[in-house]
Design a binder for this molecule. Structure first.
Ligand code: API
Length: 276
């Protein structure tokens, strides 16, 4: 099976994007892992597949797989690349599109600046919506990891996030503690682990150990989750510049019941074809 793809990234979080509107694509877990493999395949953090919508009124459906082969509910940086992709490929002429994902409809919009703003929907704060094993909803929760009690915010942006505040992200134990949090038994579907350094009330630095992908250079839903948790902790105002290792993201959250708005780049790197 030959598959045409486009390699893209959003702040260094990189993707293989496949048009399944005009080509027939059916991938199993091993084929996804092969495409994502940085030695035996193309290499990416996530694989994104563009499909026709399943519901009238929506423009596309968008499916997301982590490099470990697991299909997931949402990808913030990927949603920005999605807009750039469908416009570049001539799949639409709309600059604001309604996209079905496994966790609901999101609305990315191409700005005149070339950046993309995405309405990521409202954060889900109830533990059962994450899912997370906790008796009640709290701003932060104690989480014991290797005998150390962490104070984490836990929420869903369609996908699960556990965010802690650290003094210096460059010295945070992202690659050692991250996988321990990702696989903690309190998260039945595992979790993305965020490490947030508060620089000021409108600026943070962020590193994320992603579920199913490891540390990425940026995580869009992770940036949304970090800002929501910082606002709920009383540490941040509603508009925050998030500095990731791959570049900046702008996040706006007016507060409970409102959607989180994310703005950032979407870059096409090259087109290719892979034989599976
Ligand atoms: N690893 C995530 C999916 C990709 C999210 C990230 N790349 C983003 O930009 O939001 C998860 O398993 O929920």
């Amino acid at each position: 099976m030959k598959i045409r793809f486009t390699k893209m990234h959003g702040q260094g979080n990189d993707f293989v994007v496949i048009d399944a509107v005009r080509q027939s694509v059916s991938l199993d877990r091993e084929q996804v892992r092969r495409i994502a493999d940085r030695h035996f395949g193309v290499g990416c953090d996530q694989l994104l597949v563009v499909e026709p919508p399943t519901t009238a009124g929506n423009d596309f459906r968008y499916r997301i797989w982590n490099s470990d082969g697991g299909e997931v509910e949402q990808c913030g940086n990927g949603s920005r690349c999605f807009v750039r992709f469908v416009l570049d490929q001539g799949l639409t002429t709309k600059t604001e599109i309604r996209v079905e994902t496994a966790s609901g409809v999101i609305v990315p919009r191409l700005e005149s600046t070339g950046q993309v703003t995405v309405d990521m929907g409202a954060p889900r704060l109830a533990p059962a919506q994450v899912p997370f094993d906790a008796a009640e909803e709290r701003v932060t929760y104690p989480l014991v990891v290797d005998g150390v009690t962490l104070e984490v915010s836990v929420l869903s942006m369609g996908n699960p996030h556990a965010v802690q505040v650290v003094d210096d992200v460059d010295r945070a134990p992202v690659t050692t503690q991250g996988p321990r949090i990702e696989n903690h038994p309190a998260f039945p579907k595992r979790v993305n682990a965020g490490f947030m350094q508060v620089v000021s009330r409108d600026a943070i630095r962020l590193r994320v150990w992603e579920r199913g992908a490891g540390e990425t250079l940026a995580c869009g839903t992770g940036a949304c989750a970090a800002v929501v948790s910082g606002i709920r902790r009383g540490l941040l105002d509603s508009r925050v510049r998030v500095t990731t290792r791959g570049g900046p993201l702008s996040i706006l959250w007016p507060g409970p019941g409102h959607a989180v708005m994310m703005t950032g780049d979407a870059v096409r790197v090259f087109d290719g074809e892979i034989e599976l």
